[in-house]
Design a protein around this ligand. Structure first.
Ligand SMILES: Cc1cc2nc3c(=O)[nH]c(=O)nc-3n(C[C@H](O)[C@H](O)[C@H](O)COP(=O)(O)OP(=O)(O)OC[C@H]3O[C@@H](n4cnc5c(N)ncnc54)[C@H](O)[C@@H]3O)c2cc1C
Ligand code: FES
Length: 505
């Protein structure tokens, strides 16, 4: 039994499923709809369009499901933290109800598909619970319950849960679900394959050229001509509409453990900070308990390994750890008003559509997005067009957050460059990375286990922000829009497409 953290990061989902592989696209192509991004939003949109007889090409920069979807915790719920009271304040009752309905319908859709194809994806009904251990938050939970009542969301307050620690109060949404997202999506991908959907991996879309028809230009020089382009690339790969200034990435961490105390079932998240989110998934003969949370804005330059240690400690203090089997982390984008951007990329361009900003609640939000995107393309009515339109503008509190987001970005652009650096290559220990002074220039230095040095230009190739070291993943992360690079400078995660310059080789 190993109570320590695994050396490498690897998500349980990707480690427990063998996914089909696909070739890269090395020719020009014509199709009805080109979908960029092979995560849950891209795959589900492809599935719904395919069902309507549309010729779809699905293009994935890496391998299908290797992005955030492969690194999720996969609670399938319309309970997205303490949110409905806030939603009512900012959007009013009607739209808040639409948000709930669209996410609840997404759950029903997954249940229907699981039944239709008899998918074995560990789908189980679980109560979703937000708990607080802080007396000051009790009023917040009570206000959330009032919001549930106004929106006719089935829910209840309680002072007891089956968790092995004391809580002050909790709010429960019954009949929610959890699943193994990749066991589910693997079957959807197989259905796409059977229906001759064109799927390409290791195929990076760079931008769209607008003519009579949109033309997706690929990084390898080839092009896809189509009627509609759908950007499901997490951060929009084609940034028309200032998405870079309207969204921010946050990383979260997961530690998956076999525990001493039997997990009682249910899905839990606390109301306070740091976030603690808990669920189990069936594992061999027992239960693997997923402890997640510790979110922070990407690339904030803190010691990220510490976040795993904090979750490990939480697991030990609550359920007791027999052994830790997996650890992983990932990021998701939030929009200014916390509601995803789904629809036409701008009001004036109706040939490019986008789905992004799921705020770590993309299991249901992406499925709702897929329906909305397919309906827009098929010219069908959809009740949720206005709620999710990326062109909406809600002044409160988005303006404040908009300014904060942009101040953060500006700080990185200006402050990063002016920062005085005290570290040099000599100060780096083996297995350590840091921003260093390299011939008078700011650079990213990393020494591997044997002392081999890798120095990269620490300026992000997307829009020029200064990168920070991520010790938990051994990557260079961008605080502005979340691009990530390996120690050798290769792109690990976009929106950047161009690698960093390796300065010492
Ligand atoms: C730690 C963590 C826990 C979470 N837990 C939950 C949860 O319990 N419940 C819940 O509802 N949600 C949860 N989420 C959120 C959810 O996982 C995400 O919202 C969702 O997976 C996002 O799916 P996606 O398809 O938009 O993005 P992704 O899965 O990231 O897919 C986007 C794909 O696009 C590809 N791509 C990018 N750029 C290009 C390009 N230029 N050309 C071609 N392809 C490109 C990428 O390689 C990637 O594969 C969690 C998120 C995190 C980080
Ligand atoms: S500047 Fe945009 S991701 Fe780095």
């Amino acid at each position: 039994m190993n109570k320590s953290l695994p050396k490498e990061t690897k998500p349980y989902w990707l480690d427990s499923v063998e996914l089909p592989t696909f070739p890269s696209l090395n020719d020009d192509l014509t199709c009805d709809v080109a979908i960029i991004g092979g995560g849950i939003s891209g795959i589900m949109t492809a599935y719904l369009l395919m069902e309507s007889g549309i010729k779809v090409a699905l293009l994935e920069a890496d391998t299908l499901l290797s992005g955030t979807t492969g690194h999720t915790t996969a609670k399938l719920t319309a309970q997205h933290g303490l949110f409905y009271d806030e939603l009512i304040q900012h959007f009013g009752i009607e739209k808040a109800k639409q948000y709930y309905d669209s996410n609840q319908q997404a759950i029903e859709f997954v249940k229907t598909i699981v039944k239709k194809y008899q998918i074995k994806c560990d789908l189980t009904e679980e109560a979703a619970t937000i708990y607080t251990q802080d007396t000051q938050n009790v009023t917040k939970l009570e206000k959330e319950m009032e919001a549930y009542t106004k929106l006719q969301i089935p829910g209840r307050l309680t002072e007891t849960t089956p968790l092995p620690f004391h809580i002050k109060q909790a709010i429960i949404m019954d009949k929610q679900y959890q699943f193994h997202p990749l066991k589910f999506l693997k079957v959807i991908v197989e259905k796409l394959k059977e229906s001759n959907c064109l799927i390409y991996e290791k195929t990076v879309a760079s931008k769209v050229e607008m003519g009579n028809q949109p033309k997706v230009l690929l990084k390898n020089g080839k092009a896809v001509v189509c009627d509609y382009v759908v950007s499901c690339s997490h951060f929009p790969f084609h940034d028309e509409g200032f998405y870079f200034a309207r969204m921010y990435p946050e990383r979260s961490y997961v530690v998956a453990a076999l525990t001493n105390t039997d997990f009682p079932g249910g899905m839990y998240i606390n109301a306070e900070q740091p976030t603690r989110s808990i669920r189990y998934t069936p594992y061999k003969e027992g239960k693997l308990v997923l402890f997640s949370g510790e979110h922070h804005k990407t690339g904030q330059g803190v010691d990220t390994y510490k976040h795993y240690e904090n979750l490990q400690q939480f697991a030990e203090n609550t359920f007791g750890v027999q052994s830790i089997i997996y650890r992983w982390s990932a990021q998701d984008y939030s929009t200014l008003d916390k509601v995803p951007y789904v629809g036409y990329v701008t009001n004036s361009n109706r040939n490019i559509l986008v789905a992004t900003g799921f705020r770590k609640w993309g299991m249901t939000n992406s499925i709702s997005a897929a329906h909305l995107l397919a309906d827009l393309i098929m010219n069908r009515d959809n009740l949720y067009v206005d709620l999710y339109t990326p062109s909406r503008f809600q002044t409160d509190p988005s303006v404040k957050r908009f300014l904060q987001t942009n101040i953060d970005v500006a700080k990185q652009l200006i402050g990063g460059k002016l920062e005085k650096l005290s570290k040099t290559v000599e100060d780096l220990n083996n297995n350590e990375g840091a921003v260093i002074d390299w011939n008078g220039q700011r650079a990213g230095g990393y020494k591997d286990g044997k002392g081999k040095l890798f120095v990269v230009d620490s300026t992000c190739t997307h829009m020029g922000c200064e990168l920070e070291w991520n010790s938990g993943e051994r990557t260079w992360d961008c605080p502005c829009h979340g691009s990530r690079f390996s120690i050798k400078g290769e792109v690990v995660e976009g929106p950047a497409e161009t690698p960093l310059k390796l300065l010492n080789q």
